[in-house]
Design a protein around this ligand. Sequence first.
Ligand code: ST9
Ligand code: ZN
Ligand code: ZN
Length: 331
Amino acid sequence: MPDREIKSPIWHPEPGTVEDVFDHTYKEKEGPKPPTVIVWRNVILMSLLHLGALYGLFLFPSARALTWIWSFIIVCFAYSILSALGITAGAHRLWSHRSYKASLPLQIFLALGNSMAFQNDIYEWSRDHRVHHKYSETDADPHNAVRGFFFSHVGWLLVRKHPDVIEKGRKLELSDLKADKVVMFQRRYYKPSVLLMCFFVPTFVPWYVWGESLWVAYFVPALLRYALVLNATWLVNSAAHMWGNRPYDSSINPRENRFVTFSAIGEGFHNYHHTFPFDYATSEFGCKLNLTTCFIDLMCFLGLAREPKRVSREAVLARAQRTGDGSHWSG
Ligand code: ST9
Ligand code: ZN
Ligand code: ZN
């Protein structure tokens, strides 16, 4: 595989591609904070989704035998993994960080997975994510973890954004996303693509293929799976910003959290990721506990991805010694 390592500890992004480096110079505005404005529509919809997912859990044993297996495969593997990859390998590592390059078929596959995950379109997700990295743990961070577990987990989706998020977000360089045909196509057709990929396909297949009731097919593979992947993603913003070691940079909040690493298919090495946001593996340890990295490696092997960016081992060790909390295993 070409270009697995970049030797410099500081990677200079291609012009107009990424803005994911923490801005140490940014100072939060002083004075009173604006009031929190609750968006009741979102509160109601999120509550209904989670009630529906709980109901799906309750319906699970009553599904027909084949559906039970189908649902299991869907929930645990196929749909969860496809929608998760649409976030991790797609919106996150490809489009937010440009940490590798993907061929058109792979981009289309990831965009479909992304619509299945229904976490805002790729453009909006990547814009919020870049602003999260650049202004982490400040008012300009959309899911500022300083505001507590609930806010960083889901609360930020239930209230109007802090004005600083929008102000800083509008100044970000997003020309690469605007020029990306797949990103813009998915944005234009986002609603129908979500209806198709997140709700219709997961419901239709068990109903059509072996006659499962529409009721069970809707609540288990569609709603329950959607809610599970959402919460697995949100844990990166909440738990992985609160609990775990900081082997690479002890001055920042993001942590290495094993539980999140497992549930978010490799995205819980969050202290590493915020320290080296351009590394395609989001971890020092390659494929270990990191299904997303294995997937990108496989895509490189098949010739569908290329130029994965990697931090050199020497740079990682030097950084861990200089700024880590002492928990780094350097053997
Ligand atoms: C969801 C997203 O769940 C989850 C993201 C998680 C990220 C995780 C990252 C962790 C690392 C990766 C790990 C992956 C692990 C995966 C594991 C998988 C197993 N910059 O938005 P509005 C503008 S979504 C610049 O209405 P309000 C905007 O363009 C779930 N501009 O703000 C607009 O301008 P204009 C489903 C910005 O009114 C204006 O501001 N979705 C920015 O404050 C107003 O925008 C939902 O639940 C920015 N950053 O409303 C709800 N932001 O008018 C979705 C905004 O000119 N969201 N602008 O067009 C909403 O309903 C609303 O956004 C809101 C805020 C109520 C939250
Ligand atoms: Zn990131
Ligand atoms: Zn983070």
